[in-house]
Structure formats: C-alpha cells, structure tokens
Design a protein around this ligand. Structure first.
Ligand code: SF4
Length: 227
C-alpha cells in the first residue's frame, strides 16, 4: 500500500483519454513502433537512453542489419560491437547489450523472457527497460518511467518538491503504474514518451498546445519552476 497520494480513478481515466487521443493524432512514426520483436525493442530503448531520436535512427537500422538477432549479437566479438556503436557514445551501452545477448543465449536460447522478475535478473536490464520490453513487445500492462515520462507525471500530478528525490521517484513510479491502462498499453506508453519529448519539454514546454493542460497542476509552466 502506498503512503503517498495517487491520482484518483476519474483523473486516471481523463489522463488516459487525453493522452491516447493526442498520441493517435500526433505520435511520431518511428521504426521501433512497427515491431513487437523484444530484441528490436531492447536495442531501441538502450540507444534512446542517452541519445536523441534523430541520431538513433540510422544507427538502429545499421545495428539490426549487422546483428539481426540476439544470437548474432552474442556471436560477435566485443570490439566489433563497440566499433559498430560509434559515434553514439556512452560505450557501456553496447557492452551491456552484448552481455544481455550472451545471457539470453546461455539461459533462453537467444530469446528474451516476458515476465518482470526474469527480465530484471539480467545484468543490464533495469526497471525502465523491463517495463518497455513488457509493454511494447508483449503488450503487458507494465509501467515505464524515463526522464521524459517522470517530467510529465511530476508536472501534471505533483508540481512541487524535488522530482529527483528518492521518495519522489517511488511516487512517480507508483503514479505511472496506476495510470497505465489495461488496453492500448503500447500507444499509452509511447504517447507518454512523445508528450515529454515534443510538448512537455524540460526548458520550453508548449503548455497551450498540451492535451493535459486542463488537468495539469503546473499549468502554465514557467522557466522558474522546477523540473
Ligand atoms: S500543461 Fe505544460 S507543464 Fe503541464 S503537462 Fe502540459 S506541457 Fe507539461
């Protein structure tokens, strides 16, 4: 049982409706949104962790051409994998992907499992990546919380406090979990990420164009506000 306030059911429904309608009209067309292959989802999520979409796009396609499966990635030498990754940076990421591929081959015949605990047992798969794989590849009702999503949820439902504090992260995770719908999980989570990337941006959110403005506790967000 959580010890902090969570959005009441009517606010959850309103949030879901508004976000899904906006995403269906405005969501970006991206290659990892036309697949439910867990490996492709994993690659896109790891690449997107610290890199903008326009830089990820060509590398994502190149990567999957060179390593079309977890088994192909596992078989590649590590030097080759890190060289292919360039110039994305943060070289821990290709090594992490490589290690996950090798673990998937040794434990699951080159496949990724769908249940949360087994995904989290992989070195290199954390709560966010597990939620992304479960919701995008397997259609499960799984929450996500990356920087963009945390910013949206903080501004809409909380508005005050330190969004980076440990207790706040727990509250934001719990908020994401109660919001995620039973149906249309894929569109809902992709919509959350797009809204954070396109409308509720860190520095200059476009509050007048935001589908959540009428329920947002931070509206209108001003540069002096936190998060
Ligand atoms: S109204 Fe502004 S601050 Fe609130 S969610 Fe929308 S863009 Fe973000």
């Amino acid at each position: 049982m959580s010890t902090f306030p969570l959005p009441p059911p009517h606010a959850r429904r309103r949030f879901r409706r508004s976000l899904l309608a906006w995403y269906r009209a405005n969501g970006r067309s991206l290659p990892w949104r036309t697949t439910d292959d867990p490996y492709h989802i994993l690659v896109s999520e790891v690449m997107l962790q610290q890199t903008q979409v326009d830089r990820v796009l060509p590398k994502y396609l190149e990567w999957l051409t060179k390593y079309p499966s977890l088994r192909a990635l596992a078989d590649a030498p590590e030097d080759d994998v890190t060289a292919t990754w360039r110039p994305l940076g943060y070289n821990i990421r290709p090594r992490r992907l490589h290690a996950i591929a090798r673990e998937s081959v040794s434990r699951f015949e080159g496949r990724l499992p769908s249940d949360e605990q087994t995904l989290l047992s992989f070195k290199g798969i954390g709560a966010y990546t597990a939620g992304a794989i479960r919701s995008f590849a397997f259609g499960q009702r799984a929450a996500i919380l990356d920087t963009n999503v945390a910013r949206v949820l903080f501004r809409v439902f909380i508005g005050r406090g330190d969004p980076k504090a440990h207790a706040m992260r727990r509250r934001l995770w719990a908020t994401s979990e109660v919001l995620v719908p039973r149906k249309h999980v894929f569109d809902f989570n992709q919509g959350l990420m797009d809204l954070g990337a396109l409308i509720c941006t860190a520095r200059k959110p476009q509050c007048p164009a935001c589908p959540l403005s009428r329920m947002c506790s931070s509206y209108p967000w001003t540069p002096g506000d936190r998060a």
